[in-house]
Design a protein around this ligand. Structure first.
Ligand code: M6R
Length: 608
């Protein structure tokens, strides 16, 4: 999962390649590089680490070429060193790659036997040598790429520039997203519309199997059988989004604080507030009264959103729900029949495993709904009905506002399907909708607890392990809280169902391990209190996230209480997500970590 860009320009491109790469850094940031043609000859600049290292390198050793490709890397094959950084090159071409070439070992052996010498540990280098090999045999760059592509297995997006070719960039897409953009006497290539936003608002997405030839005069498209094809030009909104941190120190902080607004905007899209009901902005592509089963598939935070929603779908729509992480779902051949519905959840809409699961469900004849944040993404385009979250671009690697917007949309879907199935009365729907309408205000209240949360974070920053507990829909939220903490503070954290504690994890309790308990005053609160008693009896330090009434009723000597606003419990996970996010954020800040770009991670996971 890397970001790739390319420009066939009328003025030097290196600066603009870096500018576009900055907008793609969410896809990976362990090394970066560019290649341009200087007086017709290929020249590369690469650097280990964040993009700023490449910028410094280019400041010391500038490039003037008018055509070039760039790359920001998330390492799959080979360590994140400068030598393994893209573009990879031969004497004939330079190539940037997002994805994995699964058969790179056999290709490497074959090409080595023919005298090719490999200089890196990457899978990508075989692509450079494979196309070079075809050119050595007398083929033109176009013919060589066309001959090489069918030999590659795996998922990839590729961009090539060629030595001596000042007006030729070739791109190819198989399973990883790729777009071309149109300028005034210039053409562009990028992993997504966001990368191209500073240059153009007119783009075309390549379809799977497509390859394209970019020159200053325009773009030609070919399908997997090398037949010329036409692909639609689209106007994108991507440039409308200002990608800056506002008054915040980090994107993550900005995105946490944006939640009352974006959750409000998302809910307004799905609710008819005057009538007190859910009004979906699309027709359900199935007859809800005949649905026999619901399957939810997603990864990471989006999976936890799905887990919370399972409680809602079962309660409000009275429908059996199966949920799985996409990397397991796609390979375990789950039986699905045409009477079921699959919902996939994804911020980026490009997560490889989630996309494969969506395709699997479609193959089995199921209708599919995607809860997705990027409207132009592959998942949004391939599902039967995209249920959009209106979170706006999420830049921080740790997902925050996308999560609460996913929950908001899933809550509305559960209510709409419940009503369509006759499982929910109009009165109950109206009561639930009133609760949802209150959510943005409650989120704003919850975020005001930040000073207290910052104080509590000082305790967490000293811990090496943290336990998160919750019951009911707070259980998946506990897992999400633990994931947030892990990914940006690097502290080991586990989310557990509070009732499971005594079946093993209670053995871990001692004074050094903070236990965070998410406990809205709901139907299982008293049970959670019993579990907290068990922790307290063993000397555990409990940090309670609950309203004052719940905290008072528990009568436990808590290490700290993050006092939440009083609310009806149904949609508490949306509101209680904020303190869990802020706890992770402040802990990571105290520890001096790179909050927006934590180690080893990337925002968009387009490899499996
Ligand atoms: O783009 P997606 O929602 O499909 O991404 C899924 C996960 O990769 C993502 O939620 C990941 O777990 C986040 N870094 C968590 O904060």
């Amino acid at each position: 999962m890397c970001g790739i860009v390319g420009i066939v320009g009328r003025e030097p491109v290196a600066g603009r390649l870096v500018e576009a790469l900055k907008r793609l850094e969410y896809r990976g940031y362990d090394s970066a590089g560019v290649a341009t043609l200087e007086a017709g000859r290929l020249v590369r600049r690469r650097a280990e680490g964040k993009l700023r290292n490449l910028e410094e390198r280019l400041a010391r050793e500038p490039l003037q070429g008018m055509i070039g490709v760039g790359h920001t890397r998330w390492a799959t094959h080979g360590r994140p060193t400068e030598n393994n950084a893209h573009p990879h090159a031969s004497e004939r071409l330079a190539v940037v790659h997002n994805g994995i070439i699964e058969n790179f070992r056999e290709l490497r052996e074959e090409l080595s036997a023919r005298g090719h010498v490999f200089a890196t540990e990457t899978d990508t280098e075989v692509v450079a040598h494979l196309v070079t090999d075809e050119m050595d045999g007398g083929k033109s760059p176009r013919e060589a790429v066309a001959a090489a592509l069918p030999r590659l297995r795996g998922a990839f997006a590729l961009g090539f520039v060629f030595d001596g070719q000042e007006n030729l960039l070739i791109a190819a897409r198989q399973g990883a997203p790729l777009a071309v953009g149109y300028g005034d006497g210039e053409t562009f290539l990028g992993s997504d519309a966001l990368a191209l936003a500073p240059f153009t608002d007119t783009i075309t997405y390549l379809e799977d199997g497509d390859w394209a030839v970019l020159t200053r005069e325009g773009v030609e498209f070919f399908d997997a059988r090398n037949a010329p094809v036409t692909r639609a030009r689209l106007r994108t909104q991507a440039s409308a989004f200002l990608i800056d941190k506002g008054n915040h120190r980090h994107f993550m902080a900005k995105e946490i604080h944006e939640q009352p607004e974006v959750v409000g905007r998302t809910l307004a899209h799905y609710l008819d507030m005057s009538q007190g009901c859910v009004r979906l902005p699309f027709d359900l592509p199935f007859d809800a009264s005949k649905l026999t089963r619901l399957t939810i598939v997603a990864c990471g935070t989006a999976y936890y959103a799905g887990l919370v929603a399972k409680y809602w779908f079962e309660r409000y729509a009275r429908i059996p729900v199966e949920i799985d992480v996409a990397s397991e779902f796609r390979y375990r051949e789950p039986p699905l029949d045409a009477t079921g519905l699959t919902i996939v959840v994804s911020q980026s809409g490009e997560t490889a495993d989630t996309l494969a699961s969506l395709r699997y469900a479609k193959e089995k004849g199921q209708k599919t709904v995607a809860v997705v944040n990027v409207p132009t993404s592959t998942i949004a385009r391939e599902c039967d009905a995209p249920a959009l979250t209106l979170a706006g671009p999420e830049i921080g690697v740790a997902s925050t506002k996308a999560f609460t917007c996913q929950l908001s949309v899933l809550a509305c879907l559960a209510i709409a399907i419940g009503r369509a199935r006759g499982a929910l009365s109009l009165e109950r729907e109206s009561a639930l909708v009133s609760q949802l309408i209150a959510v943005p205000g409650l989120l704003a209240e919850a975020i005001k607890r930040e000073p207290k949360i910052e104080q509590v974070s000082a305790t967490l920053a000293k811990a090496s392990d943290v336990l998160y507990l919750g019951r009911g829909a707070s259980f998946p939220l506990a897992m999400e809280g633990a994931l947030k903490l892990k990914e940006i503070s690097y502290i080991h954290a586990e989310g557990y169902a509070a009732g499971e504690l005594k079946h093993g994890p209670i053995a871990l309790i001692d004074e050094s391990m903070p236990v965070i308990v998410i406990a809205p005053h709901d139907g299982v609160y008293e049970k959670t209190v019993s579990n907290m008693q068990e922790v307290a009896a063993r000397g555990g330090r409990i940090i309670l996230i609950a309203d004052n009434r719940a905290a008072d009723e528990a009568a436990i000597d808590f290490h700290a209480v993050v006092a939440m606003p009083a609310m009806e419990p149904d949609f508490a996970p949306i509101v209680y997500a904020a303190p869990a996010q802020l706890l992770a954020y402040h802990t990571a800040v105290i520890m001096g970590n790179d909050v927006d770009q934590p180690r080893h991670l990337a925002k968009s996971v387009t490899v499996e």
